[in-house]
Design a protein around this ligand. Sequence first.
Ligand code: SF4
Length: 577
Amino acid sequence: MAFQVPGRTRGLAHCRETAVTAARPTSLNLADVEREELPVDVLLVGAGPASLACALHLNKLLAEKGLDDKTVLVIDKAEEIGHHTLSGAVMDPMGIAKLFPDWRERGFPIEAEVEDDWAEWFSAQGSRAMRGIFTPPQLKNHGNVIVSLNKVVRWMAEQAEAAGIEIYAGFPAAEVIYDGERVKGVVTRDSGVGKDRSRKSNFEPGMRIEADVTVFAEGPRGSLAKNLIKKLDLDAGKNPQTYGTGIKEIWEVPEAVGKEMFGKVFHTGGYPLGGDAYGGSWVYGIAPDKLSLGFVIGLDQRDAKLDPHALFVQWKQHPRIAKLLEGGKPIRYGAKVVPEGGYFAMPRLQGDGFCLVGDTAGFLNAATLKGIHLAIQSGMLAAEAIAEALVAGDTSGAKLARYTELFEASAAKRELWSYRNYRQAFDGGLVRGILDFGLQKLTGGRGLVARRKGHTDHSTTGKLSEARMQKPAFDDRLALDKLTDVYLAGAIHEEDQPAHLLIPDPSICVTRCTEEYGNPCQHFCPAAVYEWPEGAKKVVINASNCVHCKTCDIADPYENIEWVVPEGGGGPKYVDM
Ligand code: SF4
């Protein structure tokens, strides 16, 4: 769905690229540390649906090929698998059905079957429903299931462990090990390092895990994948990836509302957006007494005061949503970015000794707001290429390019190709976007031009003098403030550690950024991590609040924030999200 902020003028003529020139730190690990070494055959970084599908399928293929002595290891930065996993989520079951044809019999966790779906267009006070043939086809969900992705990955991890796959939670990957352009594994994050970078009594050096193949499945804007893509030019000739920030809450609601909404799915457009911002929302009935609510806003809109959390609050205060939430209470909160750039923004999927899968590689259909089924497919396709490479004893990029070949012949490619110009069509505003998208539907995804160009999100930020976004007054009902929501996310980090939000050139913050943009970090962060107290000469970073959404790493107008992994176990604790 697409929306616009009133009064905004838009145009990519305003785009500019402004990278800071200071040296860019990419890890908080200490130098000159003796590290334990762990050799494995295949290492998967991250334990989301793409990674676990890859591990499960690979394990099966290796057994079929008589290579069951090969070691497959999954590591994840969360203290428990699923704690850093977040999605809406309505899932197209085609991905899980490929992985496990008997997924239902195995007890795959389903919150509800989708029983009814529709879209609504919001004005400031009213709403107009689009049902049946008037529901935009990309928002029809008949045959899909409502899931908690958090529960899904826990279930997948159980299947993987039952199959003998090792999974280590609380192991953040901090550095890529390179041998020239070949990836040879990762070093995990040191723990027990104080704020002053001294070794504390509980210091534990990160481990050096070497692998024949490393699969990067860190989710959107992976901190290792970002630098890998840059170092090896994996995005040469591609559109820049573009993102939206999604904010989610789960509400307990009175029985009458919960039962009425159970199994129902609707998406909204319009208020609180109205000009040239791209975004939309969802309401899913996930249990007879619970609703999943969320709002996604494209990070390429121009308002320097863009505040995804504030937009979510304004949307909840709309009479249609406020009525649904009357008598209810929020019990969970979370935020993450989603890669919206589509097919033309996907980086090269492999190189010497590595593959990229899932959100890390841009496997998401922004039009349908779905990526779980694509993530699972990407993991399975990568697994097939990796198994062939291990059989051949050749894990070079040329051999692993089989992954791209398989992808190009897959259902995942056909789906992403049919929406290849979708998101970029809205760069020219809502009306042009809708017209172009209509044309895309008639021309197999092409639209007005064969390939629309993209742009980085941070390059579209408008000047402070043009910023208009108003903040809502917070209360303890619908308009929860960010700190209350951080509490509902369970976000916490060891306080005595270096902040994992690095600012390569702090002088930019207090000079150019303050003057030109008014320090947008204090607005766009959905967890109140960045604060500029009155008269302060530097930003205060409340790193412990961070929910690992990655918005700051993407949206800072000077690319002057580098998100790196904190100590293991830090971050949100998403449960049932
Ligand atoms: Fe998201 Fe960055 Fe804020 Fe953390 S600090 S919650 S990654 S915007």
